[in-house]
Design a protein around this ligand. Structure first.
Ligand SMILES: Cc1ncc(C[n+]2csc(CCOP(=O)(O)OP(=O)(O)O)c2C)c(N)n1
Ligand SMILES: [Mg+2]
Length: 283
């Protein structure tokens, strides 16, 4: 089949939302990598960010809130030919999907995880999400969020993720470059994408991020885990963006005896006799 390229569709996002540039960067990254829509699966749960797979050509899986990672991982395990991208929100990834986030990092299946991190639950009108700052006032936390914010990059590195990056929706060329590196990385790759929610987050605005973010340059070595842990904790007056940690390691498929020959599970010969014998043993 030929490659018609990726296209995007009309959205229901608020004008000025950071999601527009993330969607556009995703399309550009996929097109620049020469991927075909029929070879890419984008998975998401529920939320404004989670609508992204519905707004771009390619295969899409829209799951329950927080439950896209297991489906994405299962699809990649069954069909290695697919490029699998989870593209969803901070609440979906780190709140409802928090358990899947940590344990799929440990599996190191070759998927990419783009998180639109607007630091609120946008779709449901701005409640505090796991990344909302302590004390931040929201429509349902009038005294400010009492919880400490979770630092996604720090949690990911500490859980064993080997490609961890941060980006900002307002720096498009940089975001495209980081997205391409993450998609090409063999193993689980996380990109936490800072994104303003103009309707419900009046603190972390475009200007707030723009004043703070700075791009990591070649003087920074992303292969040193201790300095990566330290770099990931920088989130205040200055916020580093770029690849914070990168290390090679064996993927789920490379470690698994059945999958390591490279033949996708769905192309493997079915052996009903073998299963029949196993069932007989159990009867
Ligand atoms: C199990 C469950 N809990 C809560 C909800 C309600 N809910 C739907 S979307 C959403 C917030 C999504 O926030 P986020 O993932 O950050 O995406 P955003 O809308 O900010 O892009 C919530 C709480 C739900 N649908 N299912
Ligand atoms: Mg959100």
């Amino acid at each position: 089949m030929t490659n018609s390229g990726f296209s995007t569709y009309e959205t229901a996002w608020c004008p000025g939302c950071g999601n527009f540039s993330i969607l556009d960067c995703l399309k550009t990254a996929l097109n620049e990598l020469g991927l075909r829509p029929q070879d890419v699966l984008m998975a998401a749960g529920i939320g404004q960010a989670a609508k992204t797979p519905q707004y771009i050509s390619g295969n899409a899986f829209c799951g329950l809130h927080g439950r896209s990672l297991p489906a994405a991982v299962a699809a990649k395990i069954a069909n290695t030919n697919l490029t699998v991208i989870v593209d969803t929100g901070d609440g979906d990834s780190y709140g409802e999907g928090g358990n899947h986030f940590i344990h799929n990092i440990r599996r190191n299946v070759d998927i990419t995880h783009f998180v639109h991190d607007n630091q609120v639950y946008g779709l449901t009108k701005g409640q505090a999400s796991p990344t909302t700052a302590e004390g931040q006032v929201t429509p349902v936390q009038p005294d400010g969020s009492q919880n400490l914010p979770l630092n996604p990059a720090l949690v990911a590195i500490a859980s064993g993720a080997r490609f961890v990056a941060r980006a900002f929706s307002g720096k498009k060329a940089h975001l495209i470059s980081v997205m391409k590196q993450a998609i090409q990385y063999p193993g689980y790759a996380l990109v936490d994408i800072l994104q303003p929610c103009i309707s419900f987050n009046k603190v972390n605005t475009f200007a707030w991020y723009n004043e703070r973010v700075y791009e990591l340059d070649e003087t920074y070595n992303p292969e040193n885990k201790l300095s990566a842990l330290e770099k990931s904790m920088e989130f205040g007056e200055h916020i580093p963006i770029g690849v914070i940690y990168r290390e090679s390691g064996r993927t789920f498929h490379e470690k698994n005896r059945v999958l390591q020959d490279g033949t996708p599970l769905l192309e493997k010969e079915l052996k009903p006799d073998l299963i029949g014998n196993l069932i007989q043993e159990l009867i």
